[in-house]
Design a protein around this ligand. Structure first.
Ligand SMILES: [Zn+2]
Length: 451
């Protein structure tokens, strides 16, 4: 018996419960085959590589993102606006999204994620000025070999209905529901090890009708899909729900049938403790986006308190609303800083943050059995991290803390589904320079830059 790939001499973080200093890990048939300490003989391998002195972790999992927004990164007219000002400034530009620009933005986002050590990502695509945009995203994911969970986002309430976006980027209910079923039928792969799945994701409680919320929940039940939305992100949402629905955002979420283990929500900053307990008990997971929260300058959820209450918490880069980056390493570090800044030095460790970025994200996506850890049988999604000897000079006692505390880490080697997609920090993806040039062209078109 010969395995496909053997990585030796590494410090291997298997999951929260097991680390192997100076160990090896073997991959066969797109799965983790085995691992062990260097004193135990490894299996024979077709390819062996030494990761001497380097940290190996499960690939990080991005539980909340809006990839198309890299077409309008750090767009100068709105960089200092509030969330709503930022959205109102950008919606008219996003109305020009089409299949080509969404394909290119997804491609770039996925390559950037790979370079930051992320091997599985969702995307919350909720602006649909044209059809088949998520089809274009799957095309990019398949070309790269990225493990992708698309979420069919939606908005029905335009300015005319008291919503925020212009009419050009909202859709009618029947179109949304029919497209949700079409995408699930075409792209959702429920089998173990799937590279593509689909979830349903109305943008937020205040941007879609009640019918979309209830029927999305019913469709998810019918097709066994997961559900995602932004929840309790802004105090304005409390006021909106009180006025329109006569309850809090969490109470409305429960009323429309979303408080179930199918659901994960983004942010969840302003619930009461009792509401956190209720959703935790219902099995709802949360994605925290620390960089986004801090850049917007609003509040942030207390992730460690949520975890203590039994809620599973993942991490997400979120869109360019906030951070304009797609590094899950950076997001993980920010989660650590935010947690400690909030609750003191005893409140959170690098391992807590890494656990959120791996198993927490896997729980959000409903993949905890086979992603977010490196136990035998898991999907072969892993990262050998790259840090300079200078940045690590003097860090001798704890490679996991050093990974998150010392200077920026990037992925040296990123492996997805057993395949090396980044090597020595460089993406091994054909045509990336052409994609980048085309992305710049589309970004200029969408930002209406003429000179
Ligand atoms: Zn978001």
């Amino acid at each position: 018996m010969t395995v496909d790939l053997l990585i030796t001499d590494a410090y291997i973080y298997i999951d929260r419960n097991r680390e192997i200093p100076n160990g090896w890990i073997a991959i066969k048939n797109q799965r983790i085959h085995s691992h062990g300490h260097s004193s135990e003989p490894p299996p024979a391998a077709s390819t062996t590589r030494s990761a001497h002195g380097q940290l190996v972790t499960p690939g990080l999992i991005n539980a909340h993102h809006h990839m198309y927004q890299n077409l309008t990164r750090s767009y100068a007219p709105v960089t200092n606006g509030t969330l709503f000002e930022w959205l109102q400034g950008l919606y008219p530009l996003w109305a020009a999204l089409d299949e080509e620009s969404v394909y290119l933005s997804t491609f770039i986002a996925m390559v950037e994620l790979l370079m930051g050590g992320c091997t599985t990502s969702m995307d919350h695509m909720y602006v649909h000025p044209q059809p088949f945009l998520i089809d274009a995203q799957f095309r990019a994911a398949r070309e790269i070999g990225f493990r992708f969970h698309a979420t069919r986002g939606s908005m029905t309430r335009s300015v005319e209905d008291g919503g925020l976006p212009p009419a050009s980027v909202v859709q009618d209910e029947d179109t949304i529901l029919a497209d949700s079923e079409r995408l699930a039928g075409k792209f959702h792969d429920a089998t173990p090890g799937a590279m593509g799945r689909v979830a349903l994701a109305p943008c937020s409680l205040f941007s879609v009708s009640e019918r979309i919320m209830t029927e999305s929940a019913a469709l998810a039940e019918k097709h066994d899909l997961r559900l995602h939305t932004h929840l309790a992100e802004d105090p304005d949402e409390d006021r909106y729900c009180a006025e329109i629905y006569g309850c809090t955002p969490t109470e409305y979420f429960e009323r429309v049938g979303w408080a179930s283990p199918r659901s994960w929500v983004a942010h969840y900053i302003y619930p009461s403790k009792d509401e956190i307990d209720r959703l935790a008990h219902a099995g709802v997971c949360t994605a925290q986006c620390p960089c986004s929260n801090m850049m917007i300058g609003g509040g942030a959820a207390d992730a460690m308190d949520m975890r203590r209450r039994g809620m599973r918490v993942g991490l997400g880069c979120d869109g360019s609303a906030s951070t304009d980056h797609a590094s899950m390493w950076l997001e993980t570090r920010m989660a650590l800083l935010l947690g400690r800044f909030r609750n003191g030095p005893h409140s959170m460790s690098a391992r807590d943050a890494l656990d959120m970025a791996t198993r927490g994200g896997a729980a959000c996506l409903g993949r905890e059995d086979e992603t977010g850890h490196l136990n035998p049988g898991a999907c072969a999604d892993l990262v050998i991290w790259k840090m300079s000897d200078i940045a690590l000079a003097g860090a001798l006692t704890d490679p996991v803390e050093a990974w998150l505390r010392c200077a920026p880490a990037t992925a040296g080697t990123t492996i997805v589904n057993g395949k090396i997609l980044v090597e020595d920090g460089i993406p091994l993806i054909a045509g990336i320079n052409d994609i980048l040039r085309a992305h710049t062209r589309e970004a200029r078109r969408i930002q209406r830059l003429t000179d």
